[in-house]
Design a protein around this ligand. Structure first.
Ligand code: AN7
Length: 355
């Protein structure tokens, strides 16, 4: 049977979605779990990449946004609002237009990847850049969400978490077991909170009984070194990183991330921008998988920990790649020079190619 999207595929497990909610869907979910044997060999593990960049708007946000917007319709909202480092706004804009709702997005001026800004604009959202960072934008969006018939669709909306937890169900189905480790970037910390909820619910439903591997994975989170409030144990007033998606200094789901870390025997650590960019390039030029910089933070952490001998040998590890590389093409051409043009001449071209 054809895939129906997250709301209808998992409706029985989305307990917080009103039963009469319509399915607002772009057929999100069912993303590939791609084996990464070369990177896995470097790390000394059996590595799989859950490529959430293959969702309809190119990030994991769609998995939660479809549920949040379905819920907004069920409760009679006429508009959705969010703060965003880019991907949430792209997803909110697409699902809102699908549902016939207005969409307002508040973004940190100058710190949104161009692809994401383009998505919010083309889907007809009202885009409000502010002279502030994501944390300032979220403060405003939370207030807007208190207005009559306005739904806040950041991950402080429990329906976002409901949708995003389904990634754990898909991973268990695809592997036929629970992974030993699940690693991902951490920004506002909704995603690590949601994935952990998914694994917890899978255990409670006995879906993992009798399967190989642990009942639940160790949850490993990666923050950018210049935006690592959870690692430091205090909010960061002016977060800085090239990974703009996770340029967040005061995560809304901070406690959820600590619970996931501590209940799973996991860890949340920081990676430098240089480590993020190295992992970003390795993913693309050894495995053929192009994700955005923030998405590579989890793999950067794996490489860092492997260097310290902190990756259990032959562990089954899933790394979520949260967004597609095409979101942020500017980053590629900042890293790798675009070659100069040459004459349209076979010999010149062949010589350039070294052939
Ligand atoms: C590619 O779009 O917060 O820890 O406003 O876009 O659940 O916040 C994006 C976050 C990781 C972090 N990777 O996830 C937003 C926003 C990518 C992201 C994260 C984001 P959370």
């Amino acid at each position: 049977m054809a895939w129906r999207g997250v709301v209808d595929e998992f409706r029985g497990r989305l307990s917080r979605l009103p039963a009469d909610a319509p399915a607002i869907t772009l057929l999100e979910g069912d993303t590939p779990l791609i084996p990464a044997p070369r990177l896995g060999a470097r790390i000394g593990a059996r590595l799989y990449l859950k490529f959430e960049g293959m969702n309809p708007t190119g990030s994991f946000k769609d998995r939660g946004m479809c549920v949040a917007v379905s819920g907004a319709v069920a409760t009679g909202a006429s508009a959705v609002v969010c703060a965003s480092t880019g991907n949430t706004s792209a997803s909110a804009a697409a699902y809102a237009c699908r549902a016939g709702l207005r969409c307002g997005v508040v973004i940190p001026d100058g710190n949104i990847a161009l692809g994401k800004l383009a998505q919010a604009l083309i889907h007809g959202a009202t885009v409000i850049p502010i002279e502030g960072n994501f944390d300032d934008a979220l403060t405003i969006a939370r207030k807007l969400g208190e207005l009559e018939s306005v739904a806040l669709v950041n991950s402080v909306n429990p329906l976002r978490i409901e949708g995003q937890k389904t990634v754990a169900f898909e991973i268990i189905d695809a592997l036929g077991r629970v992974p030993d480790v699940h690693v991902m970037p951490v920004g506002n910390a909704g995603n690590i909170t949601a994935a952990w909820l998914g694994y917890t619910e899978a255990v409670e439903a006995y879906e993992t009984a009798g399967l190989d591997g642990p009942d639940r994975p160790a949850m490993w989170g990666a923050q950018a070194a210049g935006a690592a409030p959870i690692v430091r144990g205090e909010a960061v007033a002016s977060p800085q990183t090239i990974a703009t998606a996770i340029r967040i200094g005061n995560p809304a789901s901070w406690q959820g991330a600590l619970d996931a870390r501590d209940s799973s025997g996991g860890t949340i650590e920081s990676v430098t921008d240089a480590e993020i960019l190295a992992a970003y390039r390795l993913l693309a030029d050894t495995e053929g998988v192009f994700c955005e910089p923030a998405s590579a933070a989890g793999v950067a952490l794996l490489l860092q920990k492997a260097g310290r001998g902190e990756v259990p040998a032959d562990a089954v590890i899933v790394a979520t790649l949260t967004g597609h590389g095409l979101k942020d093409p500017d980053r590629v051409v900042q890293e790798i020079a675009v070659p100069d043009a040459v004459a349209p001449d076979l010999e010149v071209v062949a010589e350039r190619l070294g052939l």
